[in-house]
Design a protein around this ligand. Structure first.
Ligand SMILES: Cc1ncc(COP(=O)(O)O)c(C=O)c1O
Length: 303
């Protein structure tokens, strides 16, 4: 249920249709319910369908949750299913000594997608997919018309061509900017910046917990904190609208640029901390600003 919409889109692009995507319920920590997953696989098989792939996430878009990767891999092995991990955001946590254990099981994926343009700060766009079985990968994309025939030497020399590994023939040299980022910053410094963002998320979550009129809506697994302004007398749609207005005021004031997320049916102020320049005092300012704007809109002095 928490997977990114790109998975639904992929089902459509593949010609299978998103109506055949099974969205599996999640537990309290926003991770795929393993029992529900097993039940869905069994139910599909009984109905004559042929499940073929399970998609787990490292760093869900709403809360940054990380699925139980080892358990998902075990289900896939038992059921003979392809295990894909969408690590668009969170996969790069492997660069952090502090966080690496949280993405334990990442190495069990049959394929892993992640973005250099997210937590590695490479200019848009620089997505990446790794496929464990090189032969299967090539079989999916390699198609050499006569004018693409290779040669031992010369212009058409070289063993594997990029067009053997993806849908594009002409393509940009995205790898160059990734290489530069790695050369300039190094994996250690990038990993430290990622660790710091997650410590800041934990700090913000603590501040929210300690602040009257604020309610923490998701405990950070990585770098995302979801919370809301919640004066005692407000509830339902008007409380959601109040928080939406706070988000917009924060954005327009230039103080911070949180987004909105729906967490268990309520609208949350979603703070996704990715900037290597963020400082702890920025989060004090954010908390104070949410309170200030919230109290101004509600015209009260809080509960
Ligand atoms: C978990 C997750 N998957 C997929 C995507 C899509 O990535 P992109 O925008 O690079 O296509 C994102 C972010 O946008 C994401 O957070």
């Amino acid at each position: 249920m928490e997977a990114h919409q790109s998975v639904s889109k992929a089902m459509d692009i593949l010609g299978l249709g998103q109506e055949f995507l099974r969205k599996i319920p999640v537990n309290e920590c926003f991770q795929i319910e393993l029992g529900a997953l097993r039940a869905a696989i069994a139910e599909d098989r009984t109905s004559g369908f042929a499940p073929f792939c399970v998609v787990g996430t490292i760093g869900t878009v709403n809360t940054g949750a990380i699925d139980n990767l080892r358990e998902l891999a075990a289900v896939c092995r038992e059921e003979d299913l392809w295990f894909h991990i969408d690590g668009a955001f969170g996969a790069l946590a492997v660069l952090s000594n502090e966080l690496r254990s949280r993405v334990d099981g990442i190495e069990l994926a049959d394929s892993l997608a992640f973005d250099f343009h997210k937590w590695m700060h490479v200019q848009y766009d620089a997505g990446c997919i790794l496929v464990r079985n090189g032969q299967k990968h090539r079989n999916a994309f390699s198609m050499r018309a006569p004018y693409l025939h290779g040669a031992a030497r010369g212009l058409a020399g070289g063993g594997e061509w990029p067009c053997d590994l993806g849908p594009e023939l002409s393509r940009g040299f995205r790898a160059l900017k990734v290489w530069f980022a790695l050369k300039e910053h190094g994996t250690e410094r990038l990993g430290s910046a990622i660790s710091m963002n997650c410590r800041q998320a934990a700090y913000l979550a603590e501040c929210v917990k300690l602040t009257p009129n604020l309610e923490l809506l998701s405990t950070p697994s990585l770098n995302i904190v979801c919370f809301r302004f919640h004066p005692g007398s407000w509830s339902g749609a008007s409380l959601d609208e109040l928080n939406q207005n706070i988000i917009v005021e924060l954005q327009l004031s230039g103080i911070a640029v949180p987004s909105a997320a729906w967490i268990k049916g309520v609208l949350a102020i979603r703070v996704n901390i990715t900037n290597h320049r963020s400082r702890y005092e920025d989060f004090d300012l954010l908390v104070n600003s949410v309170l200030e704007i919230g109290l101004k809109i509600t015209g009260s002095s809080g509960s």
